[in-house]
Ligand binder design. Structure first.
Ligand SMILES: *[C@@H]1O[C@H](CO)[C@@H](O)[C@H](O)[C@H]1NC(C)=O
Ligand SMILES: *[C@@H]1O[C@H](CO)[C@@H](O)[C@H](O)[C@H]1NC(C)=O
Length: 368
């Protein structure tokens, strides 16, 4: 009883910094969680945002990675769908590495932070994003355009918004190919390039502090929970030139999807071929992430989430991965987050996937 009282007082003291107005909006469990994280003085900053009104765990609807990542990839290996990545090079691994700096011709793609809307399609976003990057890198910038998350999410899976796995996008792209496609209504860094199939749902404000994010909250008008539409079979009306031909605008890689696990293998896979797709367990404290190097502090698991690792580094002696999320660029560190590296934090080093480095990529209309 006295330990509990002492804890309560400590939490109460920390809460004094929170503005009165903000305090009335914060869900009591969320407030307790924020104060706990602050008291732990960890390597990341936790802040209240619009999501603060919700109890911890509110991110579950967009956490669309299903099942156990290790088991899923092991089953895909059994089927011959995925093979173990074998490093080709033995060069030293640098302390820090950023794919966007390593391959400047592809930096715009690597830094293109997308928005999965209120749909559990993270697995298709992370796959389409990493595939776009790896296609650009493999072709030395010749094929420099975003691969459509709309095509990958809804044509490789009957209910993509309900979740998927990190092998599916690669199997789909390898065998059937995916068309080009950018962000909702031609927003994002690529603007209107006349690509085939853009993402069809509007932008949303996701978890964490709102800052200047102008988009509606998940669940609010303009960002209602989405049902998976049928997969696209033709290009958008805004598609132009060869991108307007759905069958001809299919991009695919030749070779078998690769997987790696553990810090060093993942680093080598990125150094040789670019960003990779991974999945990790989101604990509810991650919903308060506002910047820094995330490591788990408190909270229950909210679900599995797929994302794209682009590189790594060290800050104040803490090793981290740099990871692109698909919760728009207003979230986290300009859409990215950093997470502790080398400890398999939340399972992020369990298993990553990607096309082989240097794979041949073809566009259907250009094949003889
Ligand atoms: C590293 O130290 C600087 C200066 O004290 C601080 O601003 C920054 O937040 C620290 N970074 C991490 C990840 O702890
Ligand atoms: C789509 O983009 C156009 C051009 O920027 C803009 O005028 C229009 O309002 C946008 N539509 C929606 C539904 O966001």
């Amino acid at each position: 009883m006295s330990a509990k009282l002492a804890f309560f007082l400590a939490v109460g003291a920390a809460a004094v910094n929170v503005k009165t107005e903000e305090r009335t909006l914060i869900h009591p469990e969320r407030r307790e969680q924020l104060n706990k994280i602050k008291a732990m003085a960890t390597t990341w900053e936790a802040r209240a945002g619009r999501w603060a009104r919700e109890a911890p765990g509110a991110s579950a609807p967009v956490l669309g990675h299903l099942g156990d990542n290790k088991l899923n990839v092991a089953a895909a290996k059994e089927r011959g769908e995925v093979v173990e990545f074998v490093p080709k090079l033995v060069n030293p691994i640098p302390d820090s590495f950023d794919s966007a700096k390593e391959w400047p011709k592809c930096a715009k793609l690597i830094n293109d932070i997308r928005d999965q809307s209120n749909c559990g399609c993270c697995w298709a976003f992370a796959g389409a994003e990493a595939a776009s990057d790896r296609m650009c890198i493999s072709t030395d910038g010749e094929k420099n355009l975003p691969i459509s998350a709309q095509d990958v999410c809804f044509n490789s899976n009957v209910n993509g918004c309900n979740g998927g796995q990190i092998t599916t996008p690669w199997t789909y792209i390898r065998w059937r190919g995916a068309v080009s496609g950018g962000q909702y209504n031609n927003t994002g860094p690529f603007g209107n390039m006349g690509l085939c199939s853009n993402w069809g749902f509007g932008h949303c404000h996701h978890h964490g502090p709102q800052r200047d994010d102008p988009y509606p909250d998940e669940g609010a008008e303009g960002c209602k929970s989405e049902k998976s539409p049928p997969g696209p079979t033709k290009c958008d009306n805004s598609a132009k030139g060869s991108h307007a031909d759905f069958k001809g605008d299919k991009y695919k890689f030749h070779g078998t999807t690769e997987t790696a696990s553990g810090e060093e293998k993942i680093q080598r896979m990125i150094m040789e071929g670019g960003p990779v797709e991974t999945a990790f367990t989101v604990f509810s404290d991650f919903e308060d992430y506002a910047g820094g190097i995330y490591q788990r502090t408190t909270g229950k698991p909210a679900g599995g989430h797929a994302v794209k690792i682009v590189g790594w580094g060290v800050e104040n002696g803490t090793k981290y991965w740099k990871v692109a999320n698909s919760w728009n660029p207003y979230w986290g560190e300009k859409g990215f987050f950093r997470i502790v590296r080398g400890k398999n934090e939340c399972g992020i080093e369990d298993q990553v996937t990607g096309s082989p480095s240097g794979a041949k990529w073809t566009k259907a209309s250009e094949e003889l």
